[in-house]
Design a protein around this ligand. Structure first.
Ligand code: MEV
Length: 437
């Protein structure tokens, strides 16, 4: 065994794990152990919750938690919690929120809340024979999953649709059960996966015992049962609109020219995947930050959003813009499978507070807020890109980060901000400035 590997790491206590990792991978193990311990939560009960969320924990990894105020969405004011490490994102969201607050605010509408899961299986029989017994199969699947679905049904959710999809033209003998779910205010991953595993079991027994099947038809091989993170019908639309002349002077640019340039920028992201990836990344700056702050699964949201962006076979912008009859309209359609109950949402102390800050919304309302944050972020990014460029705003924050890193005092910081207001910011330039000051 290599000397930097270990058996039974998970069985060690937290401090034994920290000790082992520190001694094997650092030159200053005592200091690194102190650094890790320095990020423990002072309240033991809270630290226990955080440790319980994952495995092999030796510390907590902090990210900034900010608030973007002045989001008016469907006429209601929100202060939006955002967890993100990138400078300028919260400032940009706040600025776009205020800009649109003065022009009627954001609008958002949930178009559907359907979630999906699949049982992937192979079977050597004739597909028509499976379809012929589908009603009986469906009834047995639902019947045997009742203990799992009863609670969700009481809340108004449950299984909405079950289909057999024949994929054997792509892969010999390959079929799916495609199942649609309504999971109400929960993201529903555990519910969906439990039902799918029950379906897999029922399906296998069904073909083994049904009189229509004989010989090799009685054997069906389950490959896997798992939710799909692609939920194109768990969809929300957010939009802003105003007369073009009401857009004001954007960074000194006439509103008509601004609107046309903006429209062109969105069009480019529609046409060119290289630009679309960056454009959509800007949208996810806003979306992920709220998803994280509310204890939702940002990997699921990203995977789904990018798949949706490629739904016509070409990766495109998730947002769109029109300039018809003198009106500027900018909108975002995005699938967002999020929850406001279950998972981390109530367990993580700050996720719970984020939901409180938003007025304890249900999942559909949270979808509206998250989509509005994504649209705001996209608006702010494009507004900078087509006017001043993004470096101006970024560099201001970057300068502060460099000054903090170099341990500059308040007085020196103020002088540096003034000095670099019209000069390029770089680590070396700031260090030289501080050395001379
Ligand atoms: C940076 O994090 C995000 C942007 O690149 C987005 C965009 O280009 O639209 C500014």
């Amino acid at each position: 065994m290599h000397k930097k590997t270990i058996n039974g790491f998970s069985k060690l206590s937290k401090s034994e794990k920290a000790n082992w990792a520190a001694r094997h991978f650092f030159n200053d193990p005592e200091q690194v152990i102190r650094d890790w311990a320095g990020f423990y939560h002072p309240d033991e009960a809270t630290q226990k919750i955080l440790d319980g969320l994952s495995e092999n924990t030796v510390s907590n990894y902090h990210l900034p938690y900010g608030i973007a105020p002045n989001f008016v969405i469907n006429g209601k004011a929100y202060a939006v919690p955002m967890v993100i490490e990138e400078s300028s994102v919260v400032a940009a969201a706040s600025s776009a929120a205020k800009y649109w607050m003065e022009r009627g605010g954001f609008f958002a509408e949930v178009l559907d809340t359907k979630k999906l899961g699949q049982v992937h299986f192979t079977w050597a029989g004739d597909a028509r024979k499976l379809y012929a017994v589908f009603e009986a199969l469906r009834a047995q699947l639902l019947e045997e999953a009742t203990p799992l679905t009863a609670n969700m049904e009481k809340r108004g959710g449950g299984i909405r649709d079950i289909r057999i999809i024949d994929m054997s033209h792509l892969e010999t003998g390959y079929y799916q059960l495609l199942v649609a779910f309504e999971t109400c205010d929960s993201m529903g991953a555990n519910f969906i996966n439990s039902v799918l595993e029950s379906f897999a079991d029922t399906l296998q027994r069904f073909v083994a015992t049904h009189p229509n099947f004989s010989g090799s038809e009685k054997t069906l091989s389950i490959i896997m049962a798992i939710l799909s993170n692609y939920t194109p019908e768990c969809l929300v639309r957010a939009w802003v609109e105003c007369p073009i002349e009401a857009m004001g002077n954007c960074e000194g640019i006439d509103p008509v020219i601004f609107a046309e340039k903006f429209h062109k920028a969105v069009r480019i992201a529609h046409l060119d995947p290289y630009r679309a990836a960056t454009h959509n990344k800007g949208i996810f700056n806003g979306i992920d930050a709220v998803v994280l702050a509310t204890g939702n699964d940002f990997r699921a949201i990203e995977a789904c959003g990018h798949t949706y962006a490629a739904r016509d076979g070409h990766y495109r912008s998730l947002s769109d813009c029109s300039l018809d009859n003198g009106a500027f309209r900018f909108w975002l359609d995005i699938p967002l499978a999020v929850g406001t109950v279950g998972g981390l949402t109530k367990l993580h102390p700050l996720a719970r507070r984020s939901l409180e800050l938003l007025g304890n919304p249900g999942a559909p309302e949270l979808m509206c807020v998250i989509a509005a944050a994504g649209l705001a972020q996209n608006f702010a990014a494009l507004r900078s890109l087509i006017t001043t460029g993004i470096q101006k705003g970024h560099m201001k924050m970057h300068l502060m980060n460099i000054l903090n890193h170099l341990g500059a005092e308040n007085d020196a910081c103020a002088k540096a901000v003034d000095y670099f207001s019209d000069k390029a910011v770089s680590f070396t330039a700031v260090r030289e400035f501080l050395e001379k000051a």
